[in-house]
Design a protein around this ligand. Structure first.
Ligand SMILES: [Cu+2]
Length: 235
């Protein structure tokens, strides 16, 4: 897109952000749906406030003299300039931290635990049993069962990476020396692209992985197949 003035305006106005394909992927988990809901509330609210402020500003500049006098009253400036932002921002904070968003994170114990480690520049994926012991390990390949809560343990032993599958949830940093936990409850089967969302070195842009949500039956069959010993290569 050429950087003409209308294009620049379209890209910076809040209205441009209403196109869902530009802003976020189609959510496919409880957590991603919650993020999409919050995104819509923020974008619609920000657009409404932007339009109201623009209209008031134009009226204050070009409106009839009586209206301009009313708009310059201290009570209106204190109310719309200080009280309204405090109320609106507090309401948004409570909405984002509401019990529903917390429940989406920790509704029930995880059925599957997967440890994902950011390497330079690939993803080490270790499937753990209930006691935390290693079942098997893959590279750049994450499979999860639909409808069952999955806990991802995100780690790094080199630099900071950031784990991100837009359809399944938000970004979460992988910080050396720490274990960050992410909950995912996939809604429907599908294959999604995961990215590293934190610049981590020369090959950062190629640090991608596949996240595949499958039915619980297919997931169990895949688990069993992965746990078989590797077959020797043929002649
Ligand atoms: Cu990275």
């Amino acid at each position: 897109m050429a950087p003409t003035i209308p294009n620049v305006l379209a890209a910076t106005l809040p209205l441009a952000a209403l196109a869902p394909t530009v802003v976020w992927a189609q959510p496919n988990s409880v957590q991603a749906a919650r993020i999409a809901d919050i995104g819509w509330v923020l974008y619609v609210g920000a657009t409404a406030i932007f339009l109201i402020v623009t209209v008031l500003m134009l009226l204050a500049m070009f409106g009839p003299a009586s209206l301009r006098r009313r708009l310059s009253r201290p009570a209106l400036i204190l109310g719309a300039g200080i009280a309204f932002p405090i109320v609106a921002l507090t309401a948004l904070l409570l909405y984002v931290l509401s019990p529903a968003s917390l429940a989406a994170r920790d509704a029930e114990p995880a059925a599957v635990r997967i440890e994902v480690t950011g390497e330079l520049w690939w993803w080490r994926v270790r499937y753990l049993d209930a006691s935390g012991a290693l079942l098997f390990e893959t590279a750049n390949d994450i499979r999860i069962p639909v409808g069952h809560p999955v806990e991802l343990l995100l780690k790094s032993d080199n630099v900071i990476h950031s784990f991100w599958v837009p359809e399944l949830g938000g970004k979460l940093d992988m910080i050396p020396g720490r274990v960050n936990r992410m909950r995912v409850l996939a809604s429907t089967p599908g294959a999604f692209r995961g990215h590293c969302a934190e610049y981590c070195g020369a090959q950062h842009a190629r640090m991608r992985f596949d996240a595949v949500a499958v039915s619980p039956e297919r997931f169990d069959a895949w688990l069993q197949a992965q746990r078989q010993p590797a077959r020797a290569a043929g002649p």
